[in-house]
Each structure stands twice: as structure tokens, then as C-alpha cells.
Design a protein around this ligand. Structure first.
Ligand SMILES: NC(=O)CC[C@H](N)C(=O)O
Length: 333
């Protein structure tokens, strides 16, 4: 149900932690602790935000997103599904650390099937810093989540006046407020305190998303980072510790040393699902260029970076999709 006339859109804010909820630490210098301030208190500090929407705030976790995990992901899905199914909300905002924000966004994108805007937001400077970016980012995220034109656009990330789609967005700078980019696709829109612009029309959800198991954890998928002078050891170790899937953060177009590729081929033969991605940070990984994917039984991640390829592969394995051509098809969707 959309807000009409004088009725304000109902936005549910789910707090998970991160720098946006960070507070200066007693440890001197520029040290701070993530996740100290509740979502409700973050909102209370922003002038005029109550004129944007009717806000309810709940805390799902209070962690730096380096500690993001399946339990919090399952809790988020459960709460969002309940809110959507009960028609409690017109939009959802999730406050989140920036380190793994793209992984949570992409996870939710793959399992949630709704046109309700789901917007992740964070900040690069803690709430107590000079020039804290959290309040403006949160205001803009609320604006996006409250807007009818945000419906049917999947899971979005809003920081620094820019709106990104879950599939394409990446953190690209360790400290800058201009860190989120979509190197292969560009942003989907722009927002500031006075305006909201999407560059393309919405493409409403068409269902057939991946199912989430009843309870965590998701199947284990390890990422192996490729480098010069690489042998088979990391791949063999991953298989020994029970990885059901391996994502290669390959050099270049998803390449790796002969030793590593041979070990991956052996792993694939044993039923471990292997996906080649790239450590480069932009561009597509193509099939059968320098590596014989057809022969070795590998899939490639296309545009998905290793951390997003890992999320998708966990979900595919959980859904019983392990055959290389079926995995490849799912990556292309
Ligand atoms: N800017 C940030 O949000 C990074 C802080 C923290 N490492 C996190 O991801 O939660």
C-alpha cells in the first residue's frame, strides 16, 4: 500500500551496527567502536526526518559488519518478510557497516521477493566525528525508502548522495566517503535532501528467488585468493576443511597458477562446486578463455566479485543447484 495525500509512508528501520552507529573510543586518536548507537537514537538525532515518513526502529544486531554472519542475515529476512507479508511497511531501511554491506545487499536481493524498497545505508565516519556522514546518508536512505518510485528496484545501497543496485555495488576505498561505486554498471540514481532521481524505469520483481533453508548456517564456501608463486595448498586445504564450494579470486580474467587450477579441477571432480571470479575489481570473467571451464567442470562469476559470488554459491548449493551448467545459468541471471 502506498502513502497517499497527507499519509506518510511507513518505514521500518532495522539496525545492525557499523560505523554509522560508531562512537569515539576511549582508545585515543581517531579510534572508534562500531555499532554503539541504536538505530532509534540515530534517527532521533536527524532534524526533519519525522516529516519524511512514519518511522519505526528495531535493533537486529549491534556489530561491525566485519562480523556479519548467517544468523543476522536469517533474522533480517525473517523480520522483513513478516513486515511485508503483514503489510506493515512501505519501505525498509537497514543501517549496516560498510565493510560487508554489498554482501548483505546481494544476499537479500537473492532471497527477498517483494517490490517494497529495501535500502541499506551506512557511513564512513562515526557518529561522533567532525563532518559525520551518517545523518545525511540516513536521511537520504529514508527518502529513497519512502518514495513510490523506488518500488520494484530490488535491494538498494544509499551513501554519499548516490543510489546503487545490489548486484553491481562495491566498496572501493578504505576510508573515503565516496567509496561505494558500481564499476561495471554505474549508479541507478541520485538523491539529496531536495531531490530523488532514478536513471532507468523500475523492473518489478518476477518471483522465482532462491529459497532460504529453515535455519542457518548456509553451506560452506571458501574464497581462495590467487597470486604469483601460487601452489595447490590453499585449494587442497579448503577441500580438507569441508568446503562445499570454492570461489577463486583469480588474477586477471579469473586465472590462477597451473598448480591451483589442477587442484581446483580435482576438487570439482570430487563434487566441490568451483566458480572462477577475479580479484581485479571490475570487468567480467569469461568462460573458456585461458582456462578450459567446459572440460574442468567450472563455472565463472561473470560480473560478480568474489565476495558476492560466494554468497550466490552458498545459496545455490543450499538449493541443491550444484551441476556446473546450472550454476553457470544462475550466475547469468
Ligand atoms: N565504515 C564502516 O562502516 C566500517 C566500519 C566497520 N568495519 C563495519 O563495517 O561495520
Amino acid at each position: 500500500q502506498q502513502a497517499t495525500g497527507t499519509t506518510l509512508a511507513r518505514v521500518l528501520v532495522l539496525g545492525t551496527g557499523g560505523t554509522i552507529a560508531g562512537q569515539a573510543s576511549a582508545r585515543a586518536g581517531n579510534a572508534y567502536d562500531s555499532g554503539k548507537v541504536s538505530a532509534a537514537n540515530l534517527i532521533a538525532a536527524i532534524p526533519g526526518i519525522d516529516k519524511l515518513s512514519q518511522i519505526s526502529a528495531e535493533q537486529i544486531s549491534s556489530i561491525g559488519s566485519q562480523d556479519m554472519n548467517d544468523n543476522v542475515w536469517f533474522d533480517l529476512v525473517k523480520r522483513i518478510r513478516a513486515a511485508v507479508d503483514n503489510k506493515e511497511v512501505d519501505g525498509v531501511v537497514i543501517t549496516h557497516g560498510t565493510d560487508t554491506m554489498e554482501e548483505t545487499a546481494f544476499f537479500l536481493q537473492n532471497v527477498l521477493d517483494t517490490d517494497v524498497p529495501i535500502v541499506l545505508v551506512g557511513s564512513m565516519r562515526p557518529s561522533t566525528a567532525i563532518g559525520a556522514d551518517g545523518p545525511a546518508n540516513l536521511y537520504e536512505a529514508m527518502r529513497v525508502a519512502s518514495a513510490p518510485e523506488s518500488r520494484g528496484r530490488g535491494v538498494l545501497v544509499v551513501l554519499n548522495d548516490t543510489i546503487h543496485a545490489a548486484r553491481w555495488v562495491q566498496k572501493t576505498n578504505t576510508t573515503s566517503v565516496e567509496t561505494f561505486r558500481s564499476p561495471d554498471a554505474g549508479p541507478v540514481g541520485y538523491v539529496d535532501t531536495g531531490s530523488l532521481r532514478f536513471l532507468q524505469p523500475a523492473a518489478p520483481a518476477r518471483g522465482a528467488k532462491l529459497k532460504l533453508p529453515d535455519a542457518p548456517p548456509l553451506p560452506r564456501v571458501d574464497i581462495i585468493y590467487s597470486h604469483a608463486n601460487m601452489d595447490a595448498a590453499e585449494v587442497e586445504d579448503a577441500v580438507k576443511r569441508g568446503a562445499k564450494g570454492i570461489v577463486l579470486a583469480g588474477v586477471g580474467d579469473g586465472n590462477s597458477s597451473k598448480g591451483a587450477i589442477d587442484a581446483l579441477a580435482a576438487a570439482a571432480k570430487q563434487g566441490v562446486v568451483v566458480v572462477r571470479s577475479s580479484r581485479v575489481g571490475s570487468g567480467f570473467v569469461n568462460r573458456n578463455v585461458e582456462v578450459e571451464d567446459d572440460k574442468l567442470g567450472f563455472a565463472v562469476s561473470l560480473d560478480l566479485n568474489p565476495q558476492k559470488a560466494r554468497v550466490l554459491l552458498e545459496l545455490l548449493i543450499a538449493n541443491g543447484i550444484t551441476e556446473p551448467s546450472a550454476v553457470q545459468q544462475a550466475f547469468a541471471r
